[in-house]
Design a protein around this ligand. Sequence first.
Ligand code: F6R
Length: 615
Amino acid sequence: MCGIIGYIGDKCAADILISGLSHLEYRGYDSSGVALMHGNDIDIYKASGKLINLIEILRTKSEVTSISKIGIGHIRWATHGLPTTTNAHPHTCTCKSLTLVHNGIIENYQELKEELAKTGAVFRSETDTEIAAHLIAYEYGKTQDLLHAMQNAVKKIKGAFAFCAIHKKEPNKIVVAKRNAPLVLGVGQGENFIASDIPAIIEYTKKAIYLSDYQVGVVTKDDIKIYDDMGNPVVNKVEHLPFEAMAISKMGYKHFMLKEIHEQSDVVRNNLSGKLIDHNKKVILEDFKLSPEKIDKLSRIQIVACGTSLHAGMVGKYIIEKYAGIPVDVEASSEYIYRDTIADEKTLVIGNYQSDETADTITAIKQVKEKGSHIAIITNRTDSTMARLADSLIPVNAGIEVSVAATKSYMAQLISLYLLAIYLNEAKGIDKYKDEISLLKQEMIELPNKIEALLENTSEIQRVAKKYSSFKNFIYIARGINFATALEGALKLKEISYINATGYGAGELKHGPIAMLDSDMPVLAILNTGVVYDKVLSNCEEAKARQARLIGVTNYISDKDRRLFDDLVMIPDASDILSPALNIIVLQLIAYYIAEYLGKDVDQPRNLAKSVTVE
Ligand code: F6R
């Protein structure tokens, strides 16, 4: 987590750094800071709390800060030390000649700290980053060259990092380095940019160079030089950035989350494009490289993911097992990596993620790669670390997602998992579900229109959200393929409104949770016509008998059963198998409108970050 930014050119560095940081806020937002260089001086400005606090400070000093044309900046998600101004980046060495921002975690910082203390280093913060500043400065003392100092220092550092460093004695350059943390260099004319992620620089340039792990670079106004871990100069490809600046604006919506919820019909269209052309044609997954013979020999599939992506994986299990007849395990990456997981060359491991750098999932993928399993990645970022590790890619084409709470990326993952299940079925030549799959394909093609119909009028959802916004606890129930929808809907409510919501398989209610039910514990039930519809209805009866207020989300209700519910939200008609894609939109909106009604910071909920780069 954390975001870093750097600028060197002829424009006002402070403006560019602040604009960049504002687009990196999804990576963390508990404190921020910039270092601005002018002549041989470096001025540092830091603030705890949201970026606006730093902007206020810079505004009062604009006469001084506007002069600088070189600078580095940082937005923090605290790992080592409280989110205070002192712990905010940039950090400096003892004599303050070297200044540094860092994204990542330095694992051996205690050990390095002890060694550096012996050299007289004076520590001012509780962060691991400050140790790196002292270490690079120590190496600078030996080499009097910032590039060499960085090259020597990174060899001594264990862990993950993306660094940007400036030095008073070398005022016309920024030195960068990277290992297991993202860093992109934006290429301009007479100016260059450095950032943790593309949104920070897309306004200024469409050309970028991705730094690889173990590379170190020197960025000046007119040049970018990159060196490998042996110190040899290397040339990295200049790539065209895929995103439009428009994609990172709210486009008139109050929050990114609402905008992204409303983008879901297009997300489905984009994801299906070129993959599902007609209900009579086979699914095409161009970058899925497992041959039909190898698919036939697969003995198991493992889906590794975290949070929302894990919930998408749970839906995936249901459909892949059904249509491809291959056992599927879905596991949180953080659990998967600390046991002796059984995977071999007959295992397909699917990594599913919405950001580009979830540490737990990266570790899981790295571990299993050594076991010879085929690795397929469902990704919104084909340029990510995991995508590079993968044997097969399933790009989801969801466009950039800014809101910390994942919505449209979840939709895109669901669609990819449906496509994969059908693809595997067709590769194996399983005839059993031919007609059902043909109907499913047709329904998937029509899904964007149904999503639009659902989103056209959300007044009922808003009414329900307002009505229930004062409750402190919720239970969400569902069964079958919508079990994961209940978990995901409850997670959405928790993360943006801080209300306690727990998802249960509806059949599990009577095995314990029912004890909590009374009129203060609303139960939201998802019930779609299909095998478990009547069962969920019975579970709703059980809840009602305990005075719980019942909210139903359904595609059908008879007049007889309607009386059971205090409130009902209807979705467009959908088959049970595809209903998670519609039901989740209702749950996303309920969470959104409750949080919005309560005045919460919807796009940047407390304590969270979009990319979770720590294990
Ligand atoms: C919730 C959310 C998180 C992420 C989780 C994993 O809205 O976004 O639960 O899904 O942190 O991140 P990825 O999917 O990038 O691995």
